[in-house]
Design a binder for this molecule. Structure first.
Ligand code: HEC
Ligand code: HEC
Length: 308
């Protein structure tokens, strides 16, 4: 809060309080010592004999107003309320949140710590661990990867056999802990329209070549695409185009397309590139939780019966 707004809040808050108390003080009808039969009226008379009494408020009622004002002052001294002044109690929403989280960690942390010494491949077969992992997954991962982990365009399917960054327990734990950024450069300028078309023809031919690329088997257009591939793409996707899990470079020989499978989709990736980000979870999930979650993620592809 800047200096001006700080002063603004002080003046507005204390000014309002002072104003309320001043009104209360000046408008209170004073009790006058007078004969009990003497009636204090406002002086207004209707219909000849109808008068308006001006009796003081009951004392207890008045005192409620004063107590409310005093309560407000005490509150403003103890809790944050006056601009940047934090209050003498040191309470804040953040400190309360942190205390509650620490308390929850004390109560539930043990549940996860119990799995800390079990190797992840074993956790993948442990129904209790999977249930806990599933809860975290439903909480934190489904917005991007879907409730069944099957992903969407741009968000990888975690239940299939294709892995950008690898499916060893260590790789999956690292992915979740630190996040990942897959960077495919924009190669439109380097390839040109014609070059992109040739590369796409080559990519389409790849699944049929099943790795053993025999240039003789390629159409001239695909062969031209292969030339370009060997010049521009092998550094990341490899000579066999099977990708590189250290860079998160996709396997281009399978029929599994993260960014869409039509020619137009692939053209778009080549022209514009992609910077695809998996957010790090180390700030929000403890290492024990991440291990249990990794086991659940690995169970998704195992239970679908596919081989890594
Ligand atoms: C904001 C969206 C988002 C959220 C939330 C998210 N992810 Fe991801 N995740 C991605 C993206 C995008 C990628 C692909 C990164 C890339 O292209 O390299 C990815 C990649 C992954 C991978 C690597 C897949 C592979 O093929 O190697 C794993 C494993 C993964 N996420 C697990 C999780 C888990 C577990 C959670 C829940 C804690 C989670 N993700 C939450 C967007 C998200
Ligand atoms: C600097 C490394 C790098 C280079 C060079 C590179 N790529 Fe990529 N490419 C990647 C990465 C990393 C990804 C995964 C992007 C992601 O995580 O979303 C990718 C993704 C792709 C995809 C999308 C795959 C899918 O499943 O949707 C295609 C297609 C592709 N690259 C083709 C090419 C071609 C063709 C070339 C050469 C003309 C090339 N790449 C050069 C790193 C590279």
């Amino acid at each position: 809060m800047s200096g001006f707004w700080n002063v603004w809040v002080w003046v507005l808050t204390l000014g309002t309080l002072a104003g309320c108390l001043w009104l209360l003080q000046t408008l209170t009808t004073k009790r006058k010592s007078k004969q009990p039969e003497e009636k204090d009226t406002t002086g207004h008379v209707w219909d000849g004999d109808l008068v308006e009494l001006n009796n003081p408020l009951p004392r207890w009622w008045l005192w409620l107003f004063w107590i409310t004002g005093i309560y407000m002052l005490v509150y403003l001294v103890v809790y944050p309320g006056l601009g940047t002044f934090a209050g003498i109690s040191g309470w804040s929403q953040v400190s309360q949140y942190e205390a509650e989280m620490a308390d929850a960690e004390k109560r539930f942390g043990n549940v996860f710590a119990a799995f800390a010494d079990t190797p992840i491949p074993q956790l993948v077969k442990d129904p209790d661990a999977l249930r806990l992992g599933r809860n975290i997954f439903l909480n934190r991962c489904t917005t991007c990867h879907g409730s069944d982990g099957r992903g969407a365009k741009g968000f990888p399917n975690l239940a299939d056999a294709a892995w950008l960054w690898g499916n060893s327990p260590e790789a999956v734990v690292a992915t979740i802990t630190n996040g990942r950024t897959g960077t495919m450069p924009a190669l439109g300028p380097a390839l040109g329209e014609q070059g992109v078309t040739e590369v796409i023809v080559y990519l389409r031919a790849l699944p049929k070549l099943s790795g053993a690329a025999d240039p003789g088997a390629l159409t001239p257009e695909a062969a031209a695409g292969q030339q370009r591939f060997m010049g521009l793409c092998v550094g990341c996707h490899g000579v066999d185009a099977k990708g590189n899990q250290i860079l998160g470079a996709a396997d281009l020989t399978d029929e599994d397309w993260l960014h869409g499978s039509t020619d137009a989709d692939i053209r778009d990736v080549l022209m514009k590139g992609r910077s695809n980000q998996m957010p790090a979870q180390s700030d929000v999930l403890t290492p024990d939780r991440i291990r249990v979650l990794a086991a659940y993620v690995l169970s998704l592809s195992e239970s679908s019966g596919s081989q890594p």
